[in-house]
Design a binder for this molecule. Sequence first.
Ligand code: ZN
Ligand code: ZN
Length: 160
Amino acid sequence: MNSSIPDIQCPPTAGSHTAALDLAEAACRTRGASLTAIRREVLELLYRSPTGVKAYDLLAQIKEARPGASPPTIYRALDFLIEQGLAHKIGRMNLFVACRHASHQIPSLFLVCPKCSGVTELQEQSVMSALSNSLAAAGHRLESPEVEISALCPMCVGAR
Ligand SMILES: [Zn+2]
Ligand SMILES: [Zn+2]
């Protein structure tokens, strides 16, 4: 995991991430934005941590290849990825996760496991539009496309 050439390490997963990263890069380009090397590296790390990763863990991993990286480097890259709809911030746990959905017409439901801190993104159209509608009826509006719910994951339920 110390290689500075991300594209040829970890053969079992590198292929799928490369394809996803190329897609993300193309999507950014059509919006006039550019997925620079550092942004791409951060996104790749998010892909490798499907249940979410903290900013300082990202920094530690990025530093292996870029010793000069600092927290602002990571936060700027994360802000960009969130702005481009490629990542989400889970405020409750201060975790970042990659988004696998093409677009966010509707908010996503994030199940945050209180036991293992794992995060799962669900796009349940019916649930989320019902939620948005009742919020609107009550005169409220969601602040962000991330709705977080504390829910034990299947693994932690099994471990009880
Ligand atoms: Zn998403
Ligand atoms: Zn769990």
